[in-house]
Design a protein around this ligand. Structure first.
Ligand SMILES: Cc1ncc(COP(=O)(O)O)c(C=O)c1O
Length: 444
């Protein structure tokens, strides 16, 4: 899928190796073309572009094809997915909907003593991305609880990864108290690169009546997902990493179809949610009724009219992925997954080959070895912890400035590489490993 990288730019930067698609994916030709088209339409048609769009993407409907492609990527039904907003704000919308300890009847179950303990606890990863931690703590506080007692952190092992059985045991322990409301995990873990056993965790938590949410920031367009079949309640993700939608690009939202009757119309039984006009039924949206009547499915959680420029950028990259000749079955992820597993395994093989990296550097791989527990990202532990003059910081500086390898570091001492199936080659992986070897030797 060379198409994902702009040909001329790649030639001009022949020495640059992009291993940071796990943070921000590069620009595709198609995204560039679509964004330029949107600028033209804005210039020529202004407000009329909402309905009259020379390229067939009227802005009032611009999320539809994008949402459809995203549903394929995360293994959901089309009406369970919508392209909207940003990850963190979508997470807040989901928390406002599903974390309602005092109000949502499903969240208040009798305990054995016959009392009704309020379900106020949320299980999350101790290493969760900070924005998720802030969102969880604020949701708990807004509901009148104390994050210190309501948030249950899953602590990893010494290597920072988590065992599935420990996650399940924590779910059981907390569910037994009758106070567990929700579990929210990130898949793939952004520091370690660990992919959780989402199916097992989701099904187990659901069997205990727990609301299950996922942050798919590092999983979207990276690993195959089956969000509908695994039965999660909701998921949120950004698309600027493996989805190459551009900095701060359009995000995504999954709401399982069991919550599909969205109607908030008088007398209807839809879930209450933070409502806004773009979630209003399309037929009546522009007649501006006084009361909110949500679109069925995930689209009923939309808030604002989306940025057509951002949507066009995302559409371009998703179509590029969907058009890859290898995609015989028509589904996007299986073909990408095959290549990404081989790329990651090749990088790991090189770094772990005895004698390839100097033993004194004491570098280990944090990301789990088994393919089913990881995606494209390989995280290496380069001790001691990062600071401006530490070894990992010097190696990072050297690999980028001397060898043109773009990768990143995460505190305390993780050097992350993201060989991405959409555009990385096996030669890129070899050159990256070789540059790492040389950078380490120069810094010892
Ligand atoms: C795992 C994870 N969650 C949440 C976020 C926050 O995303 P946003 O800034 O798009 O809301 C990020 C950003 O990189 C992330 O990696």
């Amino acid at each position: 899928m060379k198409d994902v990288v702009e040909g001329n730019e790649k030639d001009e930067q022949a020495t640059s190796l992009y291993m940071c698609g796990n943070s921000l994916g590069p620009l595709s030709k198609r995204s560039k073309k679509y964004v330029e088209q949107e600028l033209q339409v804005w210039g020529r048609k202004a407000v009329l572009g909402h309905w009259d769009h020379p390229f067939g993407r009227p802005w009032t409907q611009c999320e539809e094809r994008v949402s459809h492609l995203m549903s394929d990527i995360i293994g959901a039904k089309p009406n369970e997915v919508v392209a909207m907003g940003t990850l963190s704000s979508n997470l807040h919308i989901m928390l406002a909907t599903f974390y309602r300890p005092n109000a949502l009847p499903q969240l208040v179950l009798p305990n054995s003593a016959g009392n009704k303990p309020v379900r106020h606890k949320i299980i999350y990863e101790a290493l969760a991305f900070p924005s998720d931690q802030y969102a969880l703590a604020s949701a708990v506080t807004l509901a009148g609880f104390d994050p210190k007692t309501s948030l249950i952190a899953l602590e990893g092992k010494k290597d920072r990864t988590l065992e599935t059985q420990d996650i399940l045991a924590t779910i059981d322990r907390e569910a037994d108290t009758g106070e567990l409301a929700m579990i929210l995990l990130g898949d793939v873990q952004y520091q370690t690169g660990q992919m959780f056993d989402m199916e097992k965790i989701t099904k187990h938590a659901r069997s205990r009546g727990i609301i299950v949410g996922w942050d798919l920031a590092h999983a979207f367009a990276n690993v195959p997902l089956a969000m509908h079949d695994w039965d999660a309640d909701f998921a949120v993700w950004c698309t600027y990493k493996y989805g190459s939608s551009g900095p701060g690009g359009m995000a995504g939202l999954f709401v399982h179809e069991r919550w599909g009757n969205n109607s908030n119309a008088p007398g209807a039984s839809g879930l209450p949610r933070p409502a806004a006009w773009w979630g209003q039924k399309k037929a009546s949206r522009f007649s501006m009724p006084d009361s909110f009547d949500a679109i069925q499915g995930a689209s009923g959680w939309q808030q604002s009219n989306p940025s057509a420029l951002d949507m066009a950028a995302l559409l371009g990259s998703l179509e590029t992925m969907a058009l890859a000749p290898a995609l015989g079955s028509g589904h996007i992820m299986p073909a990408l997954r095959q290549k990404s597993q081989r790329l990651t395994a090749y990088l790991e093989h090189l770094l772990l080959t005895p004698g390839f990296l100097p033993a004194e550097a004491n570098i280990s791989i944090v990301t789990p070895k088994e393919g089913r527990f990881r995606g494209s990202q390989l995280s290496s532990d380069v001790p001691p912890p990062i600071d401006a003059s530490s070894f990992v910081a010097r190696v990072h500086h050297s690999i980028e400035t001397r060898y043109g390898v773009v990768c990143d570091v995460r505190n305390p001492d993780i050097l992350r590489f993201g060989p991405v199936a959409q555009y990385s080659s096996f030669e890129d992986v070899w050159r990256t490993a070789d540059a790492l070897r040389k950078s380490i030797m120069a810094q010892l």
